[in-house]
Every structure is written in C-alpha cells, then in structure tokens.
Design a protein around this ligand. Structure first.
Ligand SMILES: Nc1ncnc2c1ncn2[C@@H]1O[C@H](COP(=O)(O)OP(=O)(O)OP(=O)(O)O)[C@@H](O)[C@H]1O
Ligand SMILES: [Mg+2]
Length: 472
C-alpha cells in the first residue's frame, strides 16, 4: 500500500459520520445514568442528535401525575416534553428550561470535535433558593383547591445553580470516558472494514485483469487453431496432386521413365507422403485443441487393435532389425472407444518405440484387463473408502531403447517437443505424435504415463475405461 493510499484510509475513517448510538453501548449508558441518579438523586435523560432517547432514569414524576388530574395542569405537563426536546444548548453553554412553573431542567450539549452528538437533560428539580412553589403552579390546579401540591413540589430534588453545574460536569466527564472507548472501538472496526474493502477492491481489479488476459489468450489460441486448420487443409489439396502425379509417373503412364529419373520421382513421392502425414497430424492437433474432433465410440476389443498395429508395423520393425512382439490377454472384455483413434494412439507409440530402439532390441505391445485403484483416478477422498475402482483396459508399449529421463517424461507430451532436437538427430519426426496421443487418450477418459523398462528402455502405459464414468 502506498503512503497516499494509507492516508486516504485514515481520512475515510475520520470523515465517516457516526452517531452517539454507534459509539455507546445502550446497556452501559443506562447503567451509568442509573448509578448517577441513585448517587445524586437527580434524574438524567440522554438524547442522540437525531432525537432518539438513549437513556432515561425516571418515569413520570408524581408531581406531574398530580397535575394531570386538572385540565390546565394536564396541558402544562404535555408541553414539558416539547419544551425539553426543543431546547438548543450551545457548546459550553447549557440552557435552563422551566417545565411547569417552578420546575427546572438543564439541557447541555454532547459534542465531539465540534460536532453535536446529542444532549444531556438533568431534571426535573427545583431551585434551592425557592422555598415554596410559585403561585402560577397553584393556578394550574385551581379546580383541585391546590391541596397536596406543595408536598409534591417539595419531593423534587432541590439544587443550587452551582450544584447543578458541578453535577453536569461530573456526568459529562464520565460520559466522555465511555465515548472515548466507544470511539476507539468504532474507529478500529471502521479502519478494519475500510482496509478489507480496499483489499477486496484491489483483488477484484486484479481478478478482472486476469480475466481479460485469459479471454485474450483464449481468443489468440482460437485464432491459432483456425489458422492451423485452414493452412493444413489448403496444403493438403496440392500435395495430393503431387503424390498422385508422381505415382502416375512411376507407373509409366506419361511414358517411359529412366532409372535415375525414377529415383528422383520416388524421392518426390516419399517426401510428399511424409509431408501429408505431417499435415494430417497438424489437422488432428488443431481439431483436438478446438474440441471439434468427434470420437465415434463403440464396443471395441483391445487385443484386436494390438494385433492390427503389430501387423501394420512388422515391416518397419523388420527393416530396423527390431523384434516386434505382442502379449495380450485372451478374451478381453470390450471397451467403449473409437477403434480408429485407439489404433492411431498405439501406432504412434509403437512407431516411437521402434524409432528409439537400436537394432537387436525389442518392442512388446500388450493389452490386459485391470481394476484401476481409486488413488490412480485422482479421487483423493475415495482412497479412504477403497470402494471406487473402475474397470479398464491397460495397453502397454515396452521397448528396450534409449529410455526417457524423469525430467523429460512430462515434457515429451508438449507439442513440437523432442528430447534431442539437434539438427544432427537421426530420428525424424516433428514432435507432434505424443501431444496428439495425450489428447486422444483424454478424449477416451483414459490416462497415459511413462515408466522405465528394466534393464533399459521405456514403457508407455495407456488405460481406457470399459464404460463411460457416471456423470455426477
Ligand atoms: N519410446 C521412446 N523412447 C525414447 N524417447 C522417446 C520415446 N517416445 C518418445 N520419445 C521422445 O519424445 C519425443 C516426442 O515424441 P513425439 O512422438 O511427440 O514426437 P516425434 O516422434 O519426435 O515426432 P512425430 O511423432 O511428430 O513424428 C521424441 O522426439 C523423443 O525424443
Ligand atoms: Mg512420434
């Protein structure tokens, strides 16, 4: 937080408007006023600046009850409340109010830093310099012959102006103590609120920025996928012609081809096929990334796919001098998968295994039926229950090749990533195979992992569930 921001927080706290009732606990205020009255026998009332009565130690005085028996007296008593409420004391200058004749109240201001927070009303009381009620009081109850009025009047506390001033100062000092601690608590909670609000604002701002950046990246990613799809598509059409025409040349459709010319055309044909494979991979990747590739899942047997892949790649293995073996379990239950895409997964993995295994080595494909442990599924909570296990077909492609170090195991699934990307690298390829494989496996709700083979080489393990997991 910069000093400027800290300053604005302070100001915020100070500028905040608070009322007397925000600072004082009504219960403690009432308690304090009651003990004041029991000590000095002088009733107290506290009003907030909005006119709310926060404390009142005395109900209706018995003198008023007496006066209410006569018509004029009742009117005079009714006016007392209005008179007291309308009193407007100034800072440091209390005002005296005469309720009914000879009955006094003193109103004084409660203020904080020049702002009025409320009023203290002391009374009713009588002036101790007056020994008997004024004649005007008797006039109010003329119809009752004035009997007992002097007694009621004498029951009120009698105080000198000096004494009332002293009591008012004493009450004010106690009140200020209560106000001070109330103010401290109020400021602390307000500052806390303000800083929470500020943190929240900062966080929302950052959140918005992140959201914007995310949207921009998503849009860029979409554009990239679109671009990839369009370019790949546009490249494929002329390439098909190149391959087609080179095949026609080789077949001699356009006339006799000499031996040397044949070699050249064969190279054109071979490179054309390689380029077509690359373009197909790019198209697949862009479809997988944009989520537009649809998988046609049907009941598929894993061992049939393994057999098919082995027979497809046996010539390649043979050419390299690598043994290609299969070791699948018999009678595997069918899984829900797109057979063509699962074949693509295994072809990719097996091609890699053959590519990175030197002459004399072996590559073994297998498919087995397994129960996948709950912990393997990433459902942390269900490990404890130990009950959730799903049935899977586990494919594995094990080779005795150069192996993959632990640090590289995660990275090989990134698009265009190759462990050795030097120009002297013998194995060809573009580094797209595994990223396509990973996405196809994801599309089957499956998982892929790499383990070390013993004593050397790597094992790629792919698991595909037999059924679609229930959607919760
Ligand atoms: N069986 C394996 N043994 C050793 N290294 C491997 C094996 N499979 C993959 N790799 C490493 O992972 C990298 C990425 O593999 P990937 O299949 O994605 O790309 P590629 O085979 O190089 O090219 P492409 O598959 O696009 O033709 C490879 O270049 C290689 O370095
Ligand atoms: Mg590959």
């Amino acid at each position: 937080m910069t000093p400027d921001e800290a300053l604005s927080l302070d100001q915020l706290a100070i500028e905040q408007k608070f009322e007397l009732e925000d600072l004082l606990d009504k219960g403690s205020l009432g308690e304090m006023c009651r003990s004041f009255e029991s000590l000095f026998e002088l009733p107290v009332r506290i009003y907030s600046s909005s006119g709310a009565l926060l404390a009142d130690t005395q109900g209706v005085p018995s003198l008023y009850r007496y006066l209410e028996k006569a018509k004029a007296g009742r009117r005079a008593v009714q006016d007392v409340a209005t008179g007291v409420r309308r009193a407007e004391p100034l800072p440091g200058a209390p005002v005296l109010i005469e309720g009914v004749p000879g009955v006094l109240y003193q109103a004084s201001l409660i203020e904080h830093e020049g702002r009025s927070l409320g009023r203290i009303i002391l009374g009713p009381y009588t002036d101790d310099s007056q020994n008997e009620p004024p004649a005007a009081l008797f006039d109010l109850v003329e119809e009752l012959a004035g009997e007992g009025i002097a007694q009621e009047w004498a029951n009120l506390p009698s105080l000198s102006s000096l004494a009332i001033g002293r009591l008012e100062r004493h009450l004010r000092a106690t009140l200020e103590l209560l106000l001070f601690s109330g103010l401290k608590a109020h400021m602390a909670s307000h500052m806390h609120m303000a800083s929470v609000r500020e943190s929240f604002r900062e966080l929302s701002e950052r959140n918005q920025k992140l959201k914007d950046a995310y949207e921009r990246l998503k849009e860029l990613d979409r554009l990239k996928s679109n671009f990839l799809a369009t370019v790949s598509h546009e490249l494929r059409t002329p390439l098909t012609s190149i391959i087609g025409y080179s095949e026609m040349l080789l077949e001699g459709i356009a006339g006799e081809v000499q031996e040397e010319q044949k070699e050249f055309v064969e190279t054109i044909h071979e490179k054309g096929e390689q380029l077509l494979e690359l373009i197909k991979s790019l198209l697949d990747l862009s479809k997988l990334e944009s989520g537009t590739m649809s998988l046609h899942k049907v009941a598929t047997t894993g061992d049939a796919i393994v057999k098919d892949v082995v027979s497809t790649l046996t010539p390649t293995a043979h050419k390299k001098g690598v043994y290609l073996l299969s070791a699948s379990e018999a009678d595997l239950p069918p899984m829900l998968a797109d057979p063509e895409r699962m074949r693509q997964v295994l072809i990719n993995l097996t091609e890699n295994a053959l590519k990175f295994t030197p002459k004399g080595g072996s590559v073994t494909l297998s498919a087995v039926h397994k129960k996948e442990a709950a912990s393997d599924m990433g459902g942390g909570g269900s490990v404890l229950m130990g009950a959730v296990r799903r049935s899977v077909i586990e494919f594995s492609v094990a080779d005795t090749g150069i192996g993959i170090s632990d640090a590289e195991k995660k990275r090989v699934f990134d698009a265009f990533y190759q462990v050795d990307s030097s120009s002297t690298r013998e194995a060809g390829g573009t580094g797209l195979g595994l990223s396509i494989v990973q996405r196809l496996v994801d599309g089957h709700d499956g998982k892929i992992s790499i383990e070390d083979n013993d004593p050397q080489g790597s094992v790629f393990i792919v698991t595909v569930p037999l059924k679609k997991p229930p959607t919760t």
